[in-house]
Design a protein around this ligand. Structure first.
Ligand code: CP
Length: 317
């Protein structure tokens, strides 16, 4: 098995395999709840930052496949971090007991550092403002599933609006890169819509620009951008990444997707959000069939089941 730090490690063929296995996992869960292919296997979930979905879906994924998990709250009493233990030593310890580690850490670069010294697979569950590759995998799985994009159909033209804190949002960094390199579209247009100062990092734009069929555009008018979108990907302003509360207050609430914005969109458009949301999608939108963010959240478990099965060598049942 191998570690996953960045979506840049994933080939189009690897992505297709992962999605085929994810669909199989969805079928298995829906018909019989799971199976036992990870029986006697143990996953470590190590989180130095808050999480609802990523931690719970990885834990559910391993248990749905008959395995178990040990959870370490890096900020709490379930690790010796409070006594001054290094991240490396915590992982070194956990690896004695488990078969793979899922790691989230607030410092960009720390997951990569751990992967260098780890002896078992480590899956990046978010490293500061860096990447969140498993989120991008479930995002692209959801886009393909919702828009009925398959390997057999003609490749579509796709316009994706990425809205919000594109500077700090690691999910959009991973998603832009994965969409560009996945070769699943004939033409990809990425429209970046963010408050001033929270633009998509140049390094991500430079990576995306290497792919010939991708256009990147900054946009300022959300309603206009939404009118042409196939996917509206909304993100939260990442309060925890701001140097001061004042700086956050200046941009807080600067965009809200509500029914009025939705009335500008195509009937086939979908709204995604990695969640958690604060106030950037009004709850009135939840009842709109185009609101796909809760289906996206559910897909996270199927994709993580597939990823664990592939990494631990039990994808073929
Ligand atoms: N999407 C996501 O990473 O959610 P959590 O922070 O709840 O894990």
């Amino acid at each position: 098995g191998s570690s996953l730090l960045s979506v840049t490690q994933i080939t189009p063929a690897g992505l297709q395999l992962l999605f085929d296995v994810s669909q199989e996992m969805r079928q298995i869960v829906r018909t019989k709840g799971g199976d036992n292919r990870l029986q006697h296997r143990l996953l470590g979930t190590v989180f130095y930052e808050a999480s609802t979905r990523t931690s719970c879906s990885f834990q559910a994924a391993v248990m749905r496949l008959g395995g178990k998990f040990i959870h370490v709250d890096g900020q709490g009493n379930s690790s010796a971090n409070k006594k001054g233990e290094s991240l490396e030593d915590t992982i070194r310890c956990l690896e004695c007991y488990t078969d793979a580690t899922v790691l989230r850490h607030p410092v960009h670069g720390s997951v990569g550092r751990v992967i260098q010294m780890a002896t078992k697979p480590v899956l990046n569950a978010g490293d500061g403002v860096g990447e969140h590759p498993t989120q991008a995998l479930l995002d692209v799985f959801t886009i393909r599933d919702e828009l009925k994009i398959t390997a057999n159909n003609d490749k579509p033209k796709l316009t994706v609006v990425l809205l919000g804190d594109l500077k700090h949002g690691r999910t959009v960094h991973s998603l832009a890169k994965l969409l560009a390199q996945s070769k699943m579209t004939a033409q990809l247009t990425l429209q970046y819509c963010s408050p001033s100062g929270l633009e998509m990092p140049q390094a991500v734009q430079d990576f995306v620009a290497k792919y010939y069929n991708v256009t990147q555009q900054p946009v300022t008018n959300l309603a206009e951008a939404v009118a042409t979108a196939d996917v509206l990907y909304v993100t939260r302003i990442q309060r925890e990444r701001f140097a001061s509360g004042d700086a956050y207050e200046q941009v807080k609430g600067s965009y809200v997707v509500n029914n009025e914005i939705m009335s500008q969109a195509k009937s086939s458009m979908i709204v995604l959000h990695p969640l958690p949301r604060v106030d950037e999608i009004a709850t009135e939108v939840d009842a709109d069939p185009r609101a796909a963010y809760f289906r996206q959240m559910e897909n996270g478990m199927f994709v993580r089941m597939a990823l664990l099965a592939l990494v631990l060598g039990v994808a073929q049942k």
